[in-house]
Design a protein around this ligand. Sequence first.
Ligand SMILES: Nc1ncnc2c1ncn2[C@@H]1O[C@H](COP(=O)(O)OP(=O)(O)OP(=O)(O)O)[C@@H](O)[C@H]1O
Length: 341
Amino acid sequence: MAKKLEHIDSLAFPILVGDIGGTNARFALLADAAGEPIVFPVVPTADYPNIDDAIEAVVFAHTAIRPKTAVLAIAGPVDGEEIELTNSPWVVRPHALIADLGFEDVLILNDFEAQALAVSALPESGRDPIGGGTVLEGASRVVMGPGTGLGVAGLIRSRDRWIPVPGEGGHMDLGPRTERERAIWPHLETLEGRVSGEQVLCGRGLVNLYHAIAAADGASATLTLPAEVSEAAAKGADPAAHEAVQLFAVILARVAGDLALVFMARGGVYIAGGVFGRIAALVDPAAMREAFEDKAPHRELMRGIPLFSVTLPLAALAGLAAFARRPHLYALETAHRRWSR
Ligand SMILES: Nc1ncnc2c1ncn2[C@@H]1O[C@H](COP(=O)(O)OP(=O)(O)OP(=O)(O)O)[C@@H](O)[C@H]1O
């Protein structure tokens, strides 16, 4: 069946926005078009049997406002009438949200699409530049998020509208670039023989890199969790952990540069996700910038493109709110993921 690209001009207020990850759920309520969002405390998904219970306990128990519309971003493929989360037992049933919780309109997006929406509306105070470059307003952008996995989304700008492109860019092949990396690469754990972006650029990938560095040097490696690697690097006690964190940042910036070329992202590349924010203070921004710009024959082009670390807390929720308030600024496919009463 052909998919149709439905254009949404407006959504009915009040609107509930939700960013539902495998680990945490975050909700906010937009009472009307102008007011500040009411943001509710972040809750672990494991604390509630399902999303319906969480909405009742976290939102409805604390406000008399009953939302007409729900815009929810889900960490998992949006497929069918029962949407399962990748790392949680929650199942989102839009028909049940309409029948039991009183919603009239339910729109379900992918969690990385929400990150892309966030980048469309990110204030300057919500981002830290890594080196130079200038945002070209009206140009496309890219967001990448090393977290549990590696999410990548483009944000194309066309005819005054934003078009989020949530692909599977985290699974592109990754190759070594220097002598040192050529020595480390054979020791990386592969997926069916491949070193993809996600084998290195996520929490688990940081540990993979640390083990490969230690193996390349014939050293022992005892750490098993991403936080242990970044903590050891911060203490300066473990050379393999230190190198793993530095190399992680350099490879991240190199891939960010590749993505900037793919999307001609003169609006910037934005690094989100839970891992980079935790290692940002340990890494060398000049080395990242060099890796980002090292794209002969396009060094000159790259010099002008900014690279940012997203620092705004709850950025995805802010992105969903920006979309919910002004959906006419976005071309978002809604076929098979919008339900109405
Ligand atoms: N101090 C740390 N240093 C490095 N990595 C860390 C640290 N603490 C947590 N991590 C890693 O960050 C990853 C989680 O990232 P993130 O917070 O982006 O989660 P997520 O994938 O968005 O999940 P959710 O949305 O369900 O909360 C995990 O792999 C975790 O091990």
